[in-house]
Write a protein that binds this ligand. Structure first.
Ligand SMILES: [Zn+2]
Length: 251
């Protein structure tokens, strides 16, 4: 067994499931954590694409199912994750994206990791729904120079017109409120069971306020990870007066 991380020093991230609704900035934060900790991101979408592209046995099985209109079953996705976790770059940790997304997968992953030095912890980036709605439905871009505007937070000088070249701005057809509401509903339905799982199986879930400057959100995620890893390393309650910053975690 590896040694537990030193509480006073840098956090050893271990496996981290990063959760966030569309528009919370999950991709940006994942990238930063990868750079900071030198750990990979493991996305089941990427794994599936790679396996299909490389025509591996698993990829061919996925191809066969998908070409007949079927979904790729949990078992097949689990196998891809299992293979990926055997790579040496996962030693210090990794960021899980889009996996586990069901109770079965969460249980399967825990069973896989019984001998691992650190269990999976889940960190959820949360932004008020109204803020997300404005981030997404307020987004317009210039088809000529690519400048992105937001009618709420970064409007052009003249409504609907690019400041640089006067071109009429366009909006993506799925950046609408009904599409946004549907995606939020789907996200909540998909993640609630997984969040409940990590809450119920030890102190393995934290929520981070994502409506803040990017650096501040990264700091909050780092602090949440440190707290979760200390909770795992030290079963007794943490000392009174522990700094909480702008994050909360379940107890
Ligand atoms: Zn322009």
């Amino acid at each position: 067994m590896m040694q537990r991380p030193d509480n006073t020093k840098e956090v050893l991230p271990g496996p981290v499931l990063l959760l966030g609704a569309p528009g919370v900035g999950k991709g940006t934060q994942a990238k930063r954590l990868m750079d900071e900790f030198g750990i990979p991101q493991i996305s089941t979408g990427d794994l599936l694409r790679e396996h299909r592209k490389n025509q591996t046995q698993l990829g061919l099985m996925a191809d066969a199912l998908m070409s007949s209109g079927q979904l790729v079953p949990d078992d097949l996705v689990n196998k891809m994750v299992e293979t990926r976790l055997q790579q040496p770059d996962t030693q210090r940790g990794y960021i899980l994206d889009g996996f586990p997304r069901t109770l079965n997968q969460a249980e399967w992953l825990d069973a896989q990791l019984t001998d691992a030095p650190l269990p999976v912890v889940a960190v959820s980036i949360v932004v008020p729904e109204q803020v997300l709605l404005e981030r997404i439905t307020g987004r317009f871009s210039c088809p000529v120079c690519g400048t992105i505007y937001n009618q709420f937070s970064h409007p052009p000088l003249q409504p609907g017109v690019c400041d640089r070249d006067g071109t009429a701005l366009i909006q993506r057809s799925d950046d609408t409120e009904p599409v946004f509401r549907e995606r939020m509903k789907a996200f909540q339905a998909k993640t609630s069971a997984v969040i409940e799982y990590y809450k119920a199986h030890g102190s393995r879930f934290a929520q981070v306020e994502g409506d803040a400057p990017v650096d501040q959100v990264t700091g909050a995620i780092r602090a949440a990870l440190r707290r979760l890893r200390q909770a795992a390393a030290l079963p007794q309650p943490s000392p009174a007066g522990t700094t909480r910053l702008k994050t909360t975690s379940n107890v």
